[in-house]
Design a protein around this ligand. Structure first.
Ligand code: SAM
Length: 207
């Protein structure tokens, strides 16, 4: 069972927000995927009052997320919804100009990562933004010894999980009209990657 409180989310929420202030300055609606305990959703919604923050989680984890968000309401924090990358039905009614996800790409399996890029690519309007936070490899290498150890811990637990390489993500992103715009180094060997949705004419030219 997932813990109801994440110390990591508490530690990283401020450095992430520092970047989101600029990245999301013109965003109006943010869909968060894999919101976990909801600590990020509550904190970011209260600090970014110009937009609506929509948290989401797998159906079996929704009750915990709901309870966290309902205890710390803000006007611009939408009621959390059930959303599974693997379930087509969930995605039909969703609209957002920005998508955010933290610490999910190394948990989900590679085919799910690819599916996520497909979903985000078709959901976002031209110029929309996809922000992904977590540990990432660069040019086939770990960026730290602690990330290498974390990756081996992940794979012992679930062989199909693991830290993703930015090069592989770029390939999947480009296939879906998304281009890496920002690659920020973050505390504790994490990164914040921001992918911009291209206008459809630019996508045709890029493929
Ligand atoms: C390590 S937790 C990160 C939680 C939170 N974003 C944070 O940074 O604290 C990974 C999250 O991904 C979610 N997740 C796993 N598989 C998923 C899927 N197929 N669709 C949507 N979310 C998924 C899990 O339920 C979990 O909450």
């Amino acid at each position: 069972m997932q813990a109801a409180y994440s110390e990591a989310a508490e530690r990283n929420k401020w450095p992430i927000l520092e970047k989101l202030h600029t990245l999301l300055a013109s965003s109006k609606s943010v869909l968060e995927i894999g919101s976990g305990t909801g600590q990020h959703a509550v904190y970011f919604a209260s600090a970014l009052s110009h937009l609506v923050w929509q948290p989401s989680e797998l159906p079996d984890k929704l009750p915990m997320l709901l309870s966290h968000c309902l205890h710390r309401p803000s006007e611009n924090l939408a009621r959390p919804i059930a959303l599974d990358i693997d379930n087509d039905q969930n995605w039909i009614a969703i609209q957002a100009d920005t998508v955010f996800t933290a610490n999910t790409l190394h948990i989900i399996h590679w085919p799910q990562v690819c599916k996520l890029f497909i979903r985000v690519g078709s959901l976002l309007p031209a110029n929309g933004l996809f922000c992904t936070y977590g540990p990432f490899n660069t040019d086939g290498r770990y960026t730290s010894e602690s990330n290498a150890q974390f990756d081996s811990w992940l794979k012992n637990r679930d062989f199909n999980s693991g830290i993703r390489d930015i090069r592989d993500l770029q390939y999947s992103a480009e296939q879906n009209g998304l281009r890496l715009q920002e690659n920020f180094e973050m505390p504790a060997n994490n990164r914040l990657l921001a992918w911009r949705k291209l206008a459809s004419e630019s996508v045709k030219a890029a493929l």
